[in-house]
Every structure is written in C-alpha cells, then in structure tokens.
Design a protein around this ligand. Structure first.
Ligand SMILES: Cc1ncc(C[n+]2csc(CCOP(=O)(O)OP(=O)(O)O)c2C)c(N)n1
Length: 635
C-alpha cells in the first residue's frame, strides 16, 4: 500500500509522526506531476505549495478549522489530501473534479474560488460569523503575492486589522503572478528579502540585542526587546502589515515543512489577526517549471523528462493570438493606441505587444477595476486604450466601466477574451454575462465578430471612430479561417449587419461565434426543405435598424442566437425593439443562448452541444419552431 493510499484525509495525515512529513511531501509532489503530465492542468502554483498544504492540514484541524485558498489554481495538493486523490485525473473534465475550489465538491473547500483575491474577505467573514454565532475554530486564508496586489485584498486587510479578532492570513510569496508579479507591493515584499544585507543585518541585530541585556539587567532587557521588535519591523517586509493591524510572522521558508508546522502550531496559540509570510518557489521540484514558472503556470499534457507537450495543436491560430498580432499592427499604424492587461499578458496575448511596443503596454496586476479607470484617465488625454481583459474578470470592473468610462463619454475599447463558454475552467471562467451587462450601459457600442478578421476590423473601427466606449468579444477557441494582415482586411461600415444567406421560412439573427454555427444549422435544414435567412449581427448596439425592420417584416419567424446569457441578452433586447415597431403582423420570436444556470466545466464544444448552441442544437430548435408554425397554420 502506497503512502498516499493511507492518507485519504487530513486526519490520516495528522496521525503520522512529524518526521514522516517529508515523505508525504515527496509522494504528493510526484502524484501532482504524474497527473498533470498526463492530463494537463494548472501546474506550477501547486508545486510551490506542497509543503505549505501538508503543513496546514497537519497543524490545523481541517475541515473544522476553515482553510480558504485564494483563486484555487494551486489547490491540486489540497485536493489530493482531502479525499480526491483517486479522482484527480478527472479534473477539468465534464463530470470530473472541478478545476478550482467548490463548496459543493468537498467540505474541505471552505469557500469556492476561481477569481483572485477573494480569500481574505471571505475568511474574515467566516471569522466574524464564527464569533457572532459563538463557535470556536481557526480561520486561515492563503493568498498569493500576485493576488495580494489586488485592491480587494487591501480592503479586507483594512477591515480586519485593528479588530483584535482571531484570524490568520498566510501570504504565499513566490514573486510570481501568472507572469512575473508587478507593482510597488511586489517590490516592497521582495526588495528587503533579496537584499543581501538584510539577512546579515537581521542576524547581527538579534545577536547584539540578546547579548547586551544579560549584563545590564531587566530594564535593559525589556528595552532591548522593544528595540528588537522595532528593528525587526524596519528590517522585515512586515511593517506594512503591522501598520494594518496584523501581527507579522516571517518570512518563513515555505519549503521547510518542519518549520512551517512549527510556525503554524505557534500561530494557532496566538491571538488577534496574524499574517504569516511564507517564501515559496513556483514550480518547485520540476526543473522545467522552476526555470520557467511563467510558461508552467498551466500546462497541456507533457513528457515528464523533456517537458515537451505531447498534444498536437490544431492548424488555425487562436483568437487571442490573432488579437495579439493585430494589436501590434493597429499600434504600428496609430501611435495613440496603447493596451492594458490585468495580470494576463499571455492569456490575452498582449505579451506580444509588450515586446513590440513596451512603452505603450501596461500590466496593472490583478486589478481590473483600476485598469479600467486608468484607461479612462488615459482617454481624457486623447490616448486610445484597448483594455484586454477576459469577459469573466471584467465583471469585477463593472462600475468602473459605467461610472468612469461610459458616463464620462470616454473612448475606451474593451477587448474581451474568453467570452462565452470558456471550457475546462468552468463556471468561474465562462464569459457569458458580458452581452447582458454591456448592452445595459448607455452609450456603449457592443459588438461581436463572427471570425478573426472581423474581430480586427471591429477593433480598428473602434479605435478610429471613438465617440465613447466600445466592446468587442471573442471566444477561447481557434479562429474559423486564416486571418490576413490588418491592412488587407476590408473596413466595416459602422453599425451594419451582414446577410449571409437567404430563405423565406425564418431569419436567424446571429451574433459572434453563433454566426457560422447558424449558417451551418441553416445548411442542415436546407436539406430538409426549410429555408432560412442568416444575418450576422456584428453590432448588437447600436444595431442595423433598417435591416432589422426589413428582416422582421419579411419573415414569419425570427430566432436570435448568441453565446451569452439569455436573460437580458441580445434576444431580449431585440424582442423589445421588435415590440417597439408595433407591427400589424409581427413574426414569431424565439431566443437561443445560454440558459439561466451556471454552466459546468468541460470541453467547450461538448458544453456548447449540451446547451444546444452547436449547429445540430440550433437546427433542432428551429425545426421544432417551423414544424409547430406549420401545424398552427393548418389547424
Ligand atoms: C480576478 C482575476 N483576475 C485574474 C485571474 C487570473 N489568474 C489566475 S491565477 C493568477 C495569478 C495569481 O498569482 P498569485 O496570487 O501570486 O498566485 P501564484 O500563482 O503565484 O501561486 C491570475 C492572474 C483570476 N483568477 N482572477
């Protein structure tokens, strides 16, 4: 029986002698490498917290003590130790383990996660709730240094410090976000630690202060103690946390499992808010990931020896790469174009732009709201910011979009990657709300391209035309066709739609990714004698009013198709516009889109088919409507 077979749950771990822990660490680390090398998944962050995870579950009484991991991409080790080792290979697949943390997956997942920097707020709520209800347990939030750069984390620290309530925050400091961590906080944390003088000075001060008092009696000893405390604050990166009301403990070697257990056992007995600063290395224990933690944040299946990917990539480029390349071409042609990313340079392919135009590239860290308001400020000076943020993460910035951009009539372009069904990353990462929220904002031009070329044409139009905010969305997918150089892509007439095929039985008003799917569905139905018109509604708002009126007047059936939430989506918007036309003989109307539910994780195509947003699903829906219409007519 292997060691991991004996440790199904943390209680099994806690039965072991302390000296057995290093063996556990090795076994868990190997298991993680084995599984991800075969299946792919988030990789480097979990390798960096192997010792931390083992020590936390060993020192604390989980699940009674509440352990709140931030973001959850580093929780593979936690999953292995909390009853999910056998199921680990199923992670990120439909019906398999969730990619991040979920309260309904395990009682050890004290709080669900996927978006960064929620842990301190949530854990603080648990600590306050515990005290209000009169319970007694520890609450521990574990947050990375990247997430610590997010405003939400400071709002939580500010709220929790100075209260005296028992509460523990562990700062997992590996000096990396997905990309290298950015910003002043990062400099602050690493500055002191990496300064060679720091460790020498710290040791020297300790020695001097401990030697002196014995000769000088109790008063001096107390004074020296206080001096040590003050000097410690001066010499360690903890001052900022102490000022916020947290007792700072550290820095601790995050790969010394014994030291971590000691620290946590000591901290458990301490009172008030405490911050433990653990220094870790992302990718620890797998050379390729240690050498290049950025690339190895997440990985497809790979060969454990060479580190080479074992899955073939498809022929056509991904939307994000087309965007990255096109962005450079846009900026080459227009010196006012700049781009902003919120800690996702590779996910949005703005890293390509960073190389080409470093002075016009801004990584603001995990700070979506700030990034948007910063863009608004730039726009007041005539700069043309393209804010490249995933649809799901842009939700964080909703008020900044409304209050700081739209209300002030500023020309900021929002480029939303991962719009629609994001696939294996699941409900926290699906970008299915942006159509609804962008449509709801006065003055926002809302667009969705059908392919890569149209995406670039819309972005170019947005930067040229300005006149207020624009949004452009694209999926986590390969483009359907090759994309030429920007200069070869024809211009699009603003706010126009495009008729792609004609048929008298009904019209599909399709947006974005659903345009080609709808054409495919119409082709399928053509073979059955159902003739459909398909319109590419690339402008959702303002839309092509003339063509819309023509279409709804000339077809008995209108079906909207969007890869976004049906509630308050494009279909709902069009239904209202149709109603406003007050036609004497209005067509039947139906809307296809994402149902009012959180869609699970799984393959993108698989999930789209499941919710009826593939060609077969669209055809089936329309067939049923046409058949029903014919029945009603003959009745
Ligand atoms: C709101 C939000 N923005 C962006 C992301 C994408 N993201 C996932 S992990 C990560 C880096 C987190 O860095 P850190 O907290 O230091 O953890 P590490 O990976 O270094 O362990 C980012 C930016 C996210 N999950 N949530």
């Amino acid at each position: 029986m292997s060691l991991l077979d004996q440790i199904k749950y943390p209680a099994d771990l806690r039965r072991l002698e302390r000296r057995a822990l290093s063996e556990v660490v090795e076994a868990v680390r190997n298991r993680h490498i084995d599984v991800v090398s075969e299946k792919g998944g988030h990789f480097g962050a979990s390798l960096g917290v192997v010792e931390l995870t083992v020590a936390l579950h060993y020192a604390f009484d989980t699940p009674r003590d509440q352990l709140v991991w931030d973001t959850g991409h580093q929780a593979y080790i936690h999953k292995i130790l909390t009853g999910r080792n056998e199921a680990l290979p199923s992670i990120r697949t439909r019906h398999g383990l969730a990619p991040f943390l979920r309260r309904d997956e395990s009682e050890y997942d004290a709080f669900g996660a996927g978006h960064a920097a929620t842990s301190i707020s949530a854990a603080w709520g648990m600590a306050v709730g515990r005290d209000l209800v009169g319970e007694d347990f520890d609450v521990v939030a574990v947050i990375g240094d990247g997430a610590m750069g997010c405003g939400l984390a400071y709002e939580a620290l500010n709220n929790a410090g100075h209260t005296g309530r028992d509460f523990i925050v562990v700062l997992n400091d590996n000096d990396m976000s997905i990309a290298p961590a950015v910003g002043a906080m990062n400099k602050y944390l690493t500055g002191m630690i990496t300064n060679p003088a720091y460790n020498k000075m710290r040791a020297l001060v300790k020695e001097v202060l401990h030697r002196t008092p014995t000769a000088l009696g109790d008063v001096m000893e107390e004074l020296a103690g206080r001096m040590e405390e003050s000097l410690k604050h001066l010499l360690t990166p903890g001052l900022i946390f102490e000022e916020l009301g947290f007792r700072y403990v550290g820095p601790v070697d995050g790969h010394d499992v014994g030291a971590l257990v000691d620290t946590f056992q000591r901290v458990r007995k301490m009172k008030g808010p405490i911050l433990v600063h653990a220094l870790t290395q992302k990718g620890r224990g797998f050379t390729h990931a240690e050498d290049d933690p950025w690339t190895w944040h997440a990985a497809g299946p790979f060969d454990k020896v060479t580190g080479k990917g074992t899955k073939k990539s498809s022929g056509l480029p991904r939307y994000q790469n087309v965007f990255g390349k096109g962005l450079i071409e846009l900026a080459d042609a227009d010196p006012r174009v700049v781009t902003i990313t919120a800690a996702m340079p590779d996910g949005t392919s703005t890293d390509m732009f960073a190389d080409a135009h470093p002075d016009r590239y801004f990584d603001v860290g995990i700070a979506e709201g700030h990034g948007v308001t910063f863009a608004a400020g730039l726009a007041t000076r005539g700069v043309k910011p393209i804010v490249a943020i995933y649809s799901t993460f842009l939700q964080r910035a909703f008020d900044s979009i409304v209050h700081d951009v739209a209300l002030q009539g500023l020309s900021v372009v929002f480029g939303m990657d991962r719009a629609g069904i994001a696939g294996e990353d699941g409900p926290t990462h699906h970008g299915v709300l942006d159509i609804s929220y962008m449509l709801s904002i006065p003055g926002m031009t809302v667009t969705a391209p059908k392919d890569g070329s149209e995406m670039l044409a819309l972005l170019r139009l947005a930067t040229e035309k300005g006149g207020g905010p624009w949004s452009v969305r694209w999926p986590r997918a390969a483009v359907p066709a090759e994309v030429p150089h920007l200069s070869e892509i024809p211009a699009i007439e603003p706010f126009t739609w495009e008729v792609l095929r004609n048929g008298g039985d009904g019209v599909l008003l399709a947006t974005g990714t659903m345009v080609l799917t709808s054409v495919e569905a119409a082709d399928l139905l053509e073979q059955e004698g159902i003739h459909l018109t398909v319109v590419n509604c690339r402008f959702l708002k303002p839309y092509d009013g003339a063509l819309f009126t023509e279409m709804v007047r000339s077809h008995p059936l209108v079906v909207t198709v969007e890869e976004g939430q049906l509630t308050n989506g494009f279909g709902a918007f069009m239904a209202r516009e149709l109603d406003a036309l007050d036609l004497e003989h209005p067509p039947r109307v139906s809307a296809l889109g994402v149902p009012d539910a959180f869609i699970e994780h799984g393959g993108r195509e698989e999930l789209l088919a499941e919710i009826g947003l593939d060609a077969r699903g669209v055809a089936q829906h329309v067939r049923a409507l046409v058949t029903r219409g014919a029945e009603l007519e003959t009745a």
